[in-house]
Design a protein around this ligand. Structure first.
Ligand SMILES: [Fe+2]
Ligand SMILES: [Fe+2]
Length: 256
């Protein structure tokens, strides 16, 4: 049995570590790993990453994260990632890591930021095509290909996808339909459904709902802190995700 603490959308900024970050150390006590589904910082500034590192480096379990759109605002992405690495944070971008429990159970995480693009034709209407839209479509294909490769290479007993953007509209809750194209895309869901995946964790949709599924029924959890008002704890065994509960309650943030 492996115990995971999971959250997303910390939005740490200078002078304001946000609602969840200060409690992460307590929330991570007794777990085997902490997962962060992006938007660790508000502006992607290295100084914000340094503040995040101060809060995260006291956590003595593996920390696996992906970048969110707010982190990707960084003009110094290498320095940003290196700063997080000093706190022991592994940032996945089309790659994977495997955590092996004491009983030999291998929990694999494939991670990617993802991107927008929308959920047509299955879950939402198509958007108006423009030049800007073509750029989004290119990025969508690139992110989907990276996720596909990471999942193809991942060898583990339990396979979890960690991402920032949503792979389905089923976890978008009260987000307005006009924003769907900014919140994720269905191509990521189709990639997931082409592989054996036990669970997808994403953030980004602050007004979303907690639990949904891809078209083929893969379990999807929106772990954005504003959605859950807590760090989520998952218990995992060979059969997959067996239990979940909230770890800490705190104030609800806003943003995107
Ligand atoms: Fe976001
Ligand atoms: Fe966010």
């Amino acid at each position: 049995m492996v115990r995971l603490a999971v959250t997303g959308d910390l939005h740490i900024r200078m002078g304001d570590p946000g609602a969840v970050a200060p409690g992460l150390a307590a929330a991570s006590r007794g777990v085997d790993a902490l997962l962060i589904a992006g938007d660790i910082t508000e502006h992607g500034r290295v100084a914000e990453a340094e503040l995040a590192s101060l809060l995260l480096r006291v956590i003595d379990v593996p920390i696996v994260a992906v970048m969110g759109n707010h982190d990707l605002r960084s003009l110094r992405r290498l320095a940003f990632r290196q700063t997080l690495a000093t706190a022991g944070v592994t940032v996945l971008d089309g790659a994977s890591v495997v955590l092996t429990a004491s009983d030999g159970l291998r929990i694999g995480f494939a991670g990617i930021a993802g991107c927008g693009g929308g959920f047509w034709p299955a879950e939402a209407p198509d958007a108006i095509h423009t030049k800007a839209w073509n750029a989004i479509a290119v990025r969508q294909r690139r992110e989907a290909a990276k996720l596909d490769e990471a999942l193809t290479r991942l060898e583990a007993d339990v396979r979890i996808v960690l991402m920032h953007f949503a792979p389905t509209a089923s976890t978008l809750g009260d987000e307005p339909g006009a924003k769907y194209w900014m919140l994720g895309n269905g191509e990521l869901g189709r990639v997931i459904d082409n592989h054996r995946v036990d669970l997808v964790l994403h953030g980004h949709a602050h007004l979303g709902n907690r639990i949904g599924a891809t078209a083929n029924g893969t379990l999807v959890r929106n772990v954005a802190f504003p959605v859950n008002s807590s760090v989520v704890q998952l218990l995992v065994d060979r059969s997959g995700i067996v239990e979940s509960e909230s770890l800490i309650a705190s104030a609800v943030g806003t943003g995107g």
